[in-house]
Design a protein around this ligand. Sequence first.
Ligand SMILES: Cc1cc2nc3c(=O)[nH]c(=O)nc-3n(C[C@H](O)[C@H](O)[C@H](O)COP(=O)(O)OP(=O)(O)OC[C@H]3O[C@@H](n4cnc5c(N)ncnc54)[C@H](O)[C@@H]3O)c2cc1C
Length: 353
Amino acid sequence: MEAITIIGGGVAGLALAAGLDPQRFDVTIHEQRPGPPTVESSLAMWPEAQSALALLGILPHIRGVAATFGGMALRDAAGNSWISPEVRGVLGVSRADLLGLLGAAVPRSVRRVATRVEDIPASGPLASGLLVGADGVHSVVRRAFWGGRSEATQSPYLALRGVLADPVAADSGGEYWGRGKLFGITPASGGRTYWYASFRSDLGPSGVDVAEALQQTRGRFAGSAPAIRQVLETATPATSLAQRIWTVPILGSYERPGAVLVGDAAHGMTPNLGRGACEALVDAVTLAELLNSRSVAEALRAYNRKRVLRTQLLRLGSSGMTRLALAERAQPVRDRLLRLATQQSPAGAVGRS
Ligand SMILES: Cc1cc2nc3c(=O)[nH]c(=O)nc-3n(C[C@H](O)[C@H](O)[C@H](O)COP(=O)(O)OP(=O)(O)OC[C@H]3O[C@@H](n4cnc5c(N)ncnc54)[C@H](O)[C@@H]3O)c2cc1C
């Protein structure tokens, strides 16, 4: 048996543990979180992520608890729609459901250690076998093996989100782009509504006070579309999450002798393309398949070849989307161009593209 120690039992860590061959690997997961998330949030699952979930055998269960996206308009802050593309094949999955189903797919032989790993010592159990950094954007594994220059970078943006009991009101779904602020309203599982917001804020960087963040959000969106104001009137600190957005600097390789990174630890990106958790799943399933079928050294090289370029491009694309969606000085030009593009294209062409 070869030893694999996974730091982090989030989306990436659990998916990797679920995919590794228990006959070949002696797997241990260290997770600091005491239980499932207590505040609901939702994740968009794109088709590639659904294929990864299918390989782990849990896609039918995910489908059973997920919401399906339909029309998702891109709007200005007042709610006027620029583009209404038909979004096909994207699911909205509760993070708690996803973590629960991934956790249930982890073989019983995997040891679960409920602890926070503070650093990676040069010797001892953590230093023997393969160490996997699945510990998110502030990864201790990345710091130990990639050094201080790989520390996460704080963005100026705050992200808030939450799930509300009522369904998305007719013709209010989609993403609203204002001046330096964005708001999203999408369907969530069980006929509920998922909302998210982002804007520049001086709250944080850690331990953001949710009530204060919600208050700031209400202020920022005071004159915006009625659907946004309605969501913010219903949202409470107990049903909302607030955090600063962090990203990971560009890494040219996700492997070092004895260590490998998956998910946000490798390519933590802004949430504007809704791809972080999806790519974390694809990383994990790709790495598990390679480790199950090759030597560890070969598997890590192949994993690097398959995953670095794609995820770094998505990371850049996501940053570009953040700049566009949260444009401040360029907002009038952005809005004018979007309006022009919509008016001048044949019906639906912009939406489709
Ligand atoms: C506002 C917002 C909206 C988003 N929306 C989407 C979306 O719609 N679709 C999508 O695909 N992605 C989305 N994402 C991104 C997604 O949340 C992340 O990409 C995903 O959670 C990454 O999974 P991970 O397992 O790599 O990292 P994490 O989810 O960060 O998991 C890391 C785990 O490691 C544990 N851990 C960390 N450090 C230690 C330690 N030292 N010792 C022990 N345990 C440790 C943590 O407790 C955690 O459980 C969004 C992100 C944000 C902020």
